[in-house]
Each structure stands twice: as structure tokens, then as C-alpha cells.
Design a protein around this ligand. Structure first.
Ligand SMILES: [Zn+2]
Length: 164
């Protein structure tokens, strides 16, 4: 059970590590769940006395044969263990974030595309960039200001010359 879901995690097993994840720490604290510390800072006070999740690398504790290793070493050894025991394998995953598409301007997405009924979504030709926004006399809340400006709204498809 959790009080939040990250869409990009998809399906599969999801772990919760309250001692070493900020959101899990908060969740465990709120619902009075036990917090098992498995990484200890190399220096400084033990993380069992922590007031927040310990997110750094450190020394692994309370983790069976992996106790005493550095967390970096433990990651390697755990992955090897999974591989030799035939229940998992090492993999590197990347999360490539697309351009930051910001909607903070009335413009909407900063990628100029023209929707055409015949051609689909067609990029504005490079020679027409940058697309300049129309000047607005006033902005009314509750609707896109661009929706009220026909000159901006109605364009021509660069591919077929039709309405876009
Ligand atoms: Zn077209």
C-alpha cells in the first residue's frame, strides 16, 4: 500500500525502503510503520537515530552476508548473488527525460507543430521558426488566450497546403 504512485514505474515489483527514501520515510512515519535501517553513514551518528531518510552511500548493516560492505560493493554483490542464484540479473536502466515541455506560458508547448487532418501532426518548417506569439490585449482566465485569436489558430499545412 502506498499513498502515491509513480506512473513511469510501470508494472512489477516495487520496493519500499523507508530508511533510505524520502517519501517512504514520510509514509512510514505517518502510519507508524517500523523503519529498518540497512545503510549506516561511514562517519557521524548511526542512522537508526535519523530524523530523515539516509540517502547517501554508506556501510550496509542488517543485511545478512552483505552486512559490513560498502553500499556500492553490496550493490555489485547482491546483483551477482541474484544472477548466480538464478532469480535475477544485473542491468543498467536509463530514464531519458524528453525536452522539458513547459506549459507555464500561454503558448503551451514550445514545440511548434501543426495538426493537419490529412497529414497528421506536421512540424513547422525551420524557415518559419521561431513562431512568434501574437500580442494580447488582455488575458481571460479559464481558457487558452490563443483560442481567441483566429490568425494564430488557423494556419496552413506545410506538407499539403490544406487547413491546419
Ligand atoms: Zn497536410
Amino acid at each position: 500500500m502506498a499513498n502515491f504512485v509513480l506512473m513511469e514505474y510501470g508494472t512489477g515489483a516495487i520496493m519500499a525502503v523507508p530508511a533510505h527514501d524520502e517519501r517512504d520515510f514520510e509514509f512510514a512515519g505517518k502510519y507508524d510503520l517500523p523503519i529498518r535501517v540497512v545503510i549506516q553513514p561511514i562517519e557521524g551518528p548511526p542512522s537508526s537515530e535519523q530524523q530523515e531518510a539516509f540517502l547517501e552511500y554508506g556501510q550496509v548493516i542488517a543485511s545478512g552476508e552483505f552486512s559490513g560492505l560498502s553500499s556500492q560493493e553490496a550493490q555489485q554483490k547482491m546483483a551477482e548473488h541474484a544472477q548466480t542464484s538464478n532469480f535475477g540479473e544485473k542491468s543498467v536502466s536509463y530514464r531519458l527525460k524528453d525536452w522539458g515541455i513547459s506549459r507555464q506560458r500561454y503558448w503551451g508547448t514550445p514545440i511548434p507543430m501543426l495538426p493537419c487532418k490529412a497529414c497528421g501532426v506536421v512540424p513547422v518548417p525551420e524557415k518559419d521558426l521561431p513562431v512568434m506569439l501574437p500580442r494580447l490585449d488582455r488575458i481571460e482566465l479559464g481558457q487558452s488566450p490563443l483560442a481567441t485569436i483566429p490568425e494564430f489558430l488557423n494556419s496552413t499545412c506545410p506538407k499539403c497546403g490544406g487547413e491546419a
